[in-house]
Design a protein around this ligand. Structure first.
Ligand SMILES: Nc1ncnc2c1ncn2[C@@H]1O[C@H](COP(=O)(O)OP(=O)(O)OP(=O)(O)O)[C@@H](O)[C@H]1O
Ligand SMILES: [Mg+2]
Length: 336
């Protein structure tokens, strides 16, 4: 459905996107995950035909974004970072305006408006001024304008940015409900967003793709090892030595926590290791008070993959899993 091959985008001397290639199959929901300035918006703008690539090609439904921009725009609904809304217009008038702009035939315009309103559940506010809507509802109207012409593909740039936690959940559910009939690419720098919404994640950092896989595989792939934490009552030197001797264990470090040793054990991914560790501790007559698995989260992986990013001013990248980031969305939300 979407084919991006060797796309590079330079702004003067700066390269925003470096030799990016990926495919998206029909019906997939793919998340672009990356910190501020990673190149997510630039890639999306190229894909939607709003920005020409410096090098490389992108195609949607078999149509090249540069050679057939009109065919591409028919097939794509785009929700930019700042939705192109007019605060002084009423929702339904605005959607009618967008529908005409997109060249929808007069005979079907009202039907398309009704369907977009229904899909995005904005019926209750359809006669309100956009400027008076809450941010969550404005985002829904932004989605309604993106899908009014019935595109195969939706490209959503940070669709939950600036929303409160309840609105985030609602918009995510809305996106999931659109998934059946649309192929969706969304960008975010909130990790829980991709694991909760997307079937595949493309991690992008400093203009490059660092990973492209399912959230589950990404976790597993970087988890060739396992980490465990044990709480032990025993002599530190001896504990360290004996745990390191357990077959399959690669590294052990301990620290004192409230009179007990808190030990972190890194080992091969072998289901038998917890049992061996427990036996060792118990056989030596020490107390074993707790043992837990320290799984690598998607968050760890993201940080690991983007570790060489120097994170300037607003580099809150993965810090907030559930809440919307405060940095985005400037005051005015006029059209782009
Ligand atoms: N019109 C432009 N002119 C010059 N540089 C630009 C332009 N647009 C973007 N850039 C630069 O390209 C890089 C990638 O920006 P982009 O907006 O694609 O990142 P992003 O991943 O969408 O970030 P964010 O999470 O902050 O939205 C940044 O370094 C940015 O400063
Ligand atoms: Mg962006």
């Amino acid at each position: 459905m979407i084919k991006v091959e060797g796309v590079t985008k330079r702004y003067g001397p700066a390269t925003a996107v470096k030799n990016v290639s990926f495919n998206v199959e029909r019906g997939e929901i793919v998340g672009f995950l990356g910190p501020n300035g990673a190149g997510k918006t630039t890639t999306m703008r190229i894909l939607t035909g709003f920005l020409p690539p410096t090098e490389g090609t992108a195609a949607v439904g078999g149509y090249d974004v540069q050679k057939d921009p009109i065919e591409v725009k028919k097939r794509i609904g785009y929700l930019p970072e700042t939705p192109p809304l007019y605060p002084e217009m009423e929702v339904v008038d605005y959607l009618r305006f967008v529908a005409r702009l997109k060249g929808i035939e007069a005979g079907v315009i009202e039907r398309r408006i009704d369907s977009a309103i229904e899909r995005t559940a904005v019926g209750g506010v359809k006669d309100k001024l956009i400027g008076k809507l809450s941010k969550g509802y404005r985002q829904r109207v932004g989605l309604a304008q993106a899908l009014i012409h019935g595109p195969d593909v939706l490209v959503l740039d940070e669709p939950t940015s600036g929303l409160d936690p309840k609105q985030i959940i609602e918009v995510r559910e809305l996106i999931r409900s659109l998934a059946g009939e649309h192929t969706i690419i969304l960008s975010t720098h909130i990790l829980s967003e991709v694991s909760s919404t997307c079937g595949r994640v493309i991690i992008i950092n400093e203009g490059r793709i660092e990973a492209n896989d399912t959230p589950q595989n990404l976790t597993a792939q970087l988890q060739g090892a396992q980490a465990l934490q044990l709480e032990i009552d025993g002599p530190e030197d001896e504990v360290l030595r004996r745990l390191r001797d357990v077959p399959g264990v690669n590294a052990v470090s301990c620290e004192n926590g409230g009179g007990r040793l808190i030990c972190r054990v890194e080992a091969e991914k072998d289901a038998d290791i917890p049992r061996r560790l427990a036996e060792t501790v118990v056989n030596l007559g020490w107390g074993l008070y707790a043992m837990q698995s320290l799984g690598l989260s998607l968050e760890d992986i993201f940080l690991k993959l983007t570790a060489h990013d120097e994170a300037p001013a607003g580099g809150e990248a993965a810090a907030e899993p559930e809440t919307a980031e405060p940095a985005a969305a400037p005051a005015g939300e006029e059209s782009e």
